[in-house]
Design a protein around this ligand. Structure first.
Ligand code: 5GP
Ligand code: ZN
Length: 137
């Protein structure tokens, strides 16, 4: 499989490895959004949250909880974002499930997602459509 993260995990391609255990690889993003931008990557290949095994999600989340504050402290950051993109429309460029830890600095100039005003009707419509989908197993 021509997956860049699988190659990194197999150590065919170098990375700045921060942490490794039986099921996860944690390394610096090669094009960091901010200093210390880290990727938490399950060793077992999956494409996104739809096909990743639940135990891998849980393990990644536990790691993010443990490592996020340590990365923040090491980078003298003031906060951190956790991100995860599914499908190219959402900005996913590497089709191997991964989570971003992005240290944030006061005045780093980054803008978070912009919320928009909407109508009560539009909210109700979305509520109905999602609830209908949630009833399908
Ligand atoms: P996505 O947009 O898919 O959520 O994030 C993929 C991330 O992987 C990007 O932030 C990108 O900079 C990073 N990335 C892509 N190729 C490599 C690589 O070869 N090595 C490392 N360390 N990061 C990579
Ligand atoms: Zn892969």
């Amino acid at each position: 499989m021509n997956c860049i993260f699988c190659k990194i995990i197999k150590k065919e391609i170098p990375c700045n490895l921060l942490y490794e255990d039986e099921s996860c690889f944690v390394f610096l993003d090669i094009k960091p959004i901010t200093k210390g931008h880290t990727l938490v990557v399950p060793k077992k290949h999956s494409e996104n949250l739809l096909d990743i095994e639940e135990k891998d999600v849980l393990h990644c989340m536990n790691l993010i909880k443990k490592l996020g504050p340590k990365i923040m402290k090491a980078m003298k950051a003031d906060g951190f974002n956790v991100g995860q993109n599914n499908f190219s429309a959402a900005g996913q460029t590497v089709m191997h499930t991964h989570f971003h830890i992005i240290p944030r600095y006061k005045n780093d100039g980054l803008k978070n997602w912009q919320n928009k005003d909407t109508s009560a009707d539009a909210l109700l419509q979305a509520e109905k459509e999602i609830k209908k989908a949630l009833r399908v197993p």
